[in-house]
Design a binder for this molecule. Structure first.
Ligand code: CDP
Ligand code: CDP
Length: 194
């Protein structure tokens, strides 16, 4: 049985950084599921059709990291048929030996509810806005508004809203360096693996 690590959290909380580091540390596969929604949003046209025909090459589009792509992603991510169309790919990915790390919004609650490790990564709105602004070379004030709008949409949607699974370990990275955040996440996984 492959070992699954489910990581969720709001925008720019550090989930991707932690997910990549855990995958490297344990030799697991890693999927940034946000890229699936960003790619569907960026394709334009009918989002359900785009989700059904998504190709690997769509995920390496260089423009997917932008704030605009994030906004487009969160709009189409509220459509249940889009989410349903992306389910099989995520389940197949999670089934790979020896294990997989998936990060997103609904991994612990919907995609892999049986995962033995669930992390909910968070940080204050201000810290997240600062980090994303530094990453994109953007204005922190505009970033704050962008992240808050997206988080609200992600939390309030009816299908697969952003929320910690009941059995998730919450990791607040507001005052943690990347190294410390990764060390805590590794410790959680080590504990679960026994
Ligand atoms: O995947 P997610 O959107 O949650 O966040 P990320 O892309 O992993 O992290 C957003 C930015 O914050 C990146 O530039 C990270 O290097 C940075 N970061 C940080 O400064 N401190 C942390 N503890 C985690 C991430
Ligand atoms: O990196 P960041 O946290 O800013 O965003 P992302 O993980 O790339 O996700 C972009 C958008 O896709 C989110 O705001 C969600 O609306 C959506 N998403 C989702 O609904 N479910 C997931 N498992 C992953 C992302």
């Amino acid at each position: 049985m492959p070992f699954i690590i489910a990581i969720d959290g709001p925008a720019a909380s550090g989930k991707g950084t932690i997910a990549r580091a855990l995958a490297a540390h344990f030799g697991f596969h890693h999927l940034d599921t946000g890229l699936l929604y960003r790619a569907v949003g960026a394709k334009g046209g009918d989002p359900v059709a785009a989700a059904r025909t998504l190709e690997k090459t769509d995920l390496s589009r260089p423009d997917l990291r932008s704030a605009e792509a994030g906004q487009a992603a969160s709009r189409i991510a509220a459509i249940p048929e889009v989410r349903a169309a992306l389910l099989a790919f995520q389940h197949r990915f999670a089934g790979q030996e020896p294990g997989a790390v998936l990060d997103g919004r609904d991994i612990g609650t919907v995609i892999c509810p049986g995962a033995p490790v669930k992390l909910y990564v968070t940080a204050s709105d201000q810290v997240r806005a600062q980090r994303r602004a530094a990453e994109l070379g953007a204005d922190p004030v505009l970033m704050l508004a962008e992240l808050q709008e997206r988080d609200r949409r992600d939390r309030e949607r009816a299908t697969a809203p952003l929320r910690p699974a009941e059995d998730a370990v919450v990791l607040d990275t507001s005052n943690l360096t990347i190294t410390d955040a990764i060390a805590r996440a590794v410790a959680v996984v080590d504990r679960a693996r026994g």
